[in-house]
Design a protein around this ligand. Structure first.
Ligand code: KG4
Ligand code: ZN
Length: 333
């Protein structure tokens, strides 16, 4: 029997979840809206808002899961990677809580947890599988051999796919974080209206930095000729950019699947909420006979449910850490 309380605070969402015998029975997410005023996450503000949110989020998670503090058998937390000030709030809280309850502490790598989110609900992938993890900070193709035996086989050399979405949104004067809004407009636009070159990057790696700049130059050039270009073509621009990003991601994922001879294919991270990527994955599954896995929406973007399930699998192995643990902004995979 195990009840694990998990805390995620790596970026701008404070999240607390409960895993009761391998089932997620609470996943509270307190979003921070203050960053919308600045067009991006302000680390110092994020850290302060985590401090305000963490106790109410823990209380709400206990209520939702219908358990009390005394029922908790372990406390899991995101150690990194992420914003140091944000991580510090979650790690400090987890340590104090575990100490007060006299239960073990479980350290979780945020990027492992995005992948392990696939083990929350059925259907679950079988090992080995490939996972494309696409978020605001990361773009990786991971060969997953077991719960904690994973290898990055391709990754971005510069910016993440989520940043390409968010930067595009910013250029189009859409509010932060713009990825979901680009997705929304894209659904009404023509994906072939404008063409953006696919970066030619070796192996299974990605690059989105030049791609981002090419969108900037394209929009500037069009605006010189027609100052209302964005307003008149918003849906088509979003659809075309989204189509290009999805092509870049899917081409590498297909290459990886072929190279490793694997047909169990998963996606994870905030960008896996993208409708274009979901459609692209479904198409590839139909064409190539893949079994595909996409976590429920609430487990795609940052959430403590994924930390809780990762914590549960570490709990089974009695993989605990001591009170001397500290957060790591850059944490090895
Ligand atoms: O995993 P996540 O919540 O946080 C990080 O660890 O980075 O991912 C956030 C990223 C942001 O860049 C956001 O714009 C993007 O995921 N995102 C989307 C969509 N939903 C979230 N991008 C495109 N389409 C979406 N529907
Ligand atoms: Zn994340």
């Amino acid at each position: 029997m195990s009840v694990i309380l998990a805390i995620e605070s790596s970026c701008d969402d404070t999240s607390v979840a409960i895993c009761n015998n391998g089932k997620i029975t609470a996943n509270v997410i307190a979003n921070q809206t203050i960053h919308q005023n600045y067009g991006g996450v302000i680390p110092e503000l994020a850290s302060r808002v985590h401090q305000q949110n963490i106790v109410p989020a823990v209380q709400q998670a206990l209520i939702n899961a219908k358990v009390t503090k005394q029922d908790i058998n372990a406390v899991a937390f995101t150690r990194g990677p992420g914003l140091l000030g944000s991580l510090l709030v979650g790690v400090s809280f987890a340590k104090s809580f575990a100490l007060a309850l006299n239960v073990p502490l479980i350290s979780v790598n945020h990027m492992h947890a995005h992948i392990l989110a696939h083990f929350i609900d059925d259907p679950k992938p079988s090992f080995p599988f490939l996972c494309l993890t696409v978020s605001g900070g990361h773009t990786q193709i991971v060969l997953v051999k077991d719960y904690f035996d994973m290898e990055i086989v391709g990754e971005t050399l510069d910016d993440a796919a989520g940043e390409a979405f968010d930067k595009t949104a910013k250029l189009l004067a859409l509010p932060y974080p713009g990825g979901p809004l680009v997705d929304k407009h894209a659904q009404h636009g023509n994906p072939l209206a404008f063409k953006f070159a696919e970066p030619q990057i070796a192996d299974l790696n990605f690059s989105f930095s030049g791609f981002k700049t090419s969108i900037l130059y394209f929009i500037r050039k069009q605006e010189k000729e027609n100052p209302d270009f964005i307003a008149e073509n918003l849906d088509d621009i979003c659809a075309s950019v989204q189509y290009s990003i999805v092509q870049i991601l899917m081409n590498k994922l297909k290459k990886a699947a072929k190279q490793y001879g694997i047909k169990e294919i998963a996606i994870a991270g905030g960008v896996s909420a993208n409708s274009g990527l979901r459609n692209g994955l479904q198409q590839a599954a139909d064409e190539l006979g893949w079994n595909i896995y996409i976590p429920a929406f609430q487990y795609c973007t940052d959430n403590a449910g994924m930390i809780a399930i990762a914590g549960y699998h570490k709990f089974l192995k009695k993989d605990f850490v001591g009170q001397d643990v500290s957060p790591m902004a850059r944490m090895e995979f």
